[in-house]
Design a protein around this ligand. Structure first.
Ligand SMILES: [Zn+2]
Length: 474
């Protein structure tokens, strides 16, 4: 029997506001524990939450990016549960009437475009963090009350590969519209995966297992693959009813398996009710208009690069692989570099030299610096070989002064015809025997003459040397 996999994803994106969602404490990551706290985010009696307008704006921008219905009237609700990192014993979230209603994004898997529907996206506050030591635990409430956007998809994905494509697309969208740094290591973009299986052709939905808190694409893929395999095996061995329960599981990254954590709560367990401390939200038209101005989405940028700039699809995909890349490339063009050479020198030459922990942001090369290097190639001031040497020096010295490096490395391409002609003349007269051999048919000697000229005139334009030599040897 063949099976079909059904995957729905819930993604938590931490919004990059300066302050928390219901108080004015800072949201910065990695500060000394319990320093960014106040009566509101500590949940002290009498402290009242006030909604951060920036968080609301960013949620709306996301809704616009996925072509969703924006609910101009929405409400906050209390989600009640007890946990040490949740000082109020409830989380302020949204249940009925979320800010963002039904929308969708397109993903591409194996060259095929598929639409994934997004049920909703709502604002909520994050909880604090429990830090478990060997024989005790500590609670850090710096993260409590930081703004999250929870994005809930329909169960539209049919493989781990589609789930990853969806997540990468979502990651890229929130980065391009700059509502989150989406840093997965810091937990600013994390995912819960709901996974179930059914016999192919069956239209029923069976028991759904939720795998919690996945924060790397690699682990998400592994966790889903493992879970699908586990469910199929128990179905095949006739133990599905007994072994598979609707529950929450955690992925053990060391062993590569999922493990039961607790029974999955249903929404009734959380006793949602409207938060009486917060007014209902009405989004005025001017805020809606302002938040709708989201800049260019990754897909639109890709299409523009291909259709308007004439860049090959694979190259364009590399260029939009991150906001930093796209920006770097566009800044190179702004510094006057040609499109074709910019693509090569960014995608191939610079990226090819970045190894290990070195990336575009920390390599020390600026878009302006690489742009000028490309411009000098475009102008014929340096040739490709010299440019590679210069780029190596730029990286090594973290120096973006291209013109200084061209001079100090003595790599200025010699384009002066008189100089090339006189050098060629003296080389030909010093090697008259070889000239005669060449003229009597020993074509291979042409390379020898070129080599001699290049040696005598370091940095000479090889195209010109070839042209003039051919003329002289006729
Ligand atoms: Zn606070």
């Amino acid at each position: 029997m063949d099976f079909e996999t059904i995957i729905g994803l819930e993604v938590h994106v931490q919004l990059n506001t300066k302050t928390k969602i219901f108080c004015s404490c800072a949201t910065s990551f990695g500060d000394i524990p319990n320093t960014n706290v106040c009566p509101t985010c500590l949940g002290l009696p009498g402290a009242l939450p006030v909604l951060n307008k920036e968080a609301l704006k960013k949620a709306i921008s996301f809704g616009v990016a996925i072509n969703a219905t924006i609910n101009q009237d929405s409400i906050f609700a209390r989600k009640n549960y007890f946990y040490p990192d949740l000082p109020k014993a409830y989380q302020i979230s949204q249940f009925e009437k979320p800010i963002v209603g039904l929308g969708s994004i397109n993903i591409e898997v194996d060259g095929e475009i598929k639409k994934i529907n997004i049920t909703r996206a709502h604002l909520e506050e994050d909880a604090g963090k429990n830090i478990h030591q060997s024989d005790y635990s500590q609670v850090d409430l710096n993260r409590a009350c930081t703004p999250l956007l929870e994005i809930v998809s329909e169960p539209d994905m049919r493989s781990a590969q589609e789930a990853i494509a969806y997540l990468k697309k979502l990651h890229s969208v929130v980065r391009f519209i700059e509502i989150s740094d989406a840093n997965m290591q810091e937990g600013s973009f994390r995912c819960d995966a709901n996974v179930s299986i059914r016999p192919l052709g069956d239209k029923n939905l069976y028991k759904r297992v939720e795998i919690k808190n996945l924060n790397s694409f690699k682990f998400i893929q592994k966790a889903i693959d493992y879970e699908v395999e586990r469910q199929i095996e128990s179905w095949r061995s006739g133990n599905y009813d007994k072994e598979i329960i609707q529950e929450t599981r955690l992925f053990d990254t060391q062993k590569g398996i999922t493990r039961g954590m607790r029974d999955k709560e249903e929404s009734a367990d959380y006793r949602y009710f409207p938060d009486p401390d917060l007014l209902s939200v009405h989004i005025p038209q001017d805020l809606l208009d302002e938040a709708s101005n989201i800049g260019e989405l990754p897909e639109d940028k890709l299409n523009r690069f291909i259709n308007e700039l004439g860049i090959k699809k694979d190259d364009a995909k590399t260029l939009i692989s991150s906001l930093e890349m796209a920006r770097f490339f566009e800044d190179m063009l702004d510094s006057g570099a040609s499109i074709k050479n910019s693509v090569t020198w960014l995608n191939v030459e610079l990226l090819g030299r970045l190894k290990g922990d070195i990336n575009l942001q920390n390599c020390g090369i600026t878009a302006q610096g690489l742009g000028i290097l490309v411009k000098r190639i475009d102008e014929g001031k340096i040739n490709g070989k010299s440019a590679k040497e210069i780029l190596d020096s730029m990286l090594k010295q973290r120096n973006n002064d291209v013109d200084f490096l061209i001079k100090s490395l003595g790599l200025e391409q010699i384009d002066n015809d008189d100089m090339i002609i006189s050098t060629i003349d003296s080389i030909l007269s010093a090697n008259s025997d070889k000239v005669n051999e060449y003229k009597s048919g020993k074509d291979k000697l042409f390379g020898f003459f070129v080599g001699q000229v290049m040696k005598n005139l370091k940095g000479v334009n090889p195209v010109k040397v070839n042209e003039i030599l051919k003329e002289k040897l006729k």
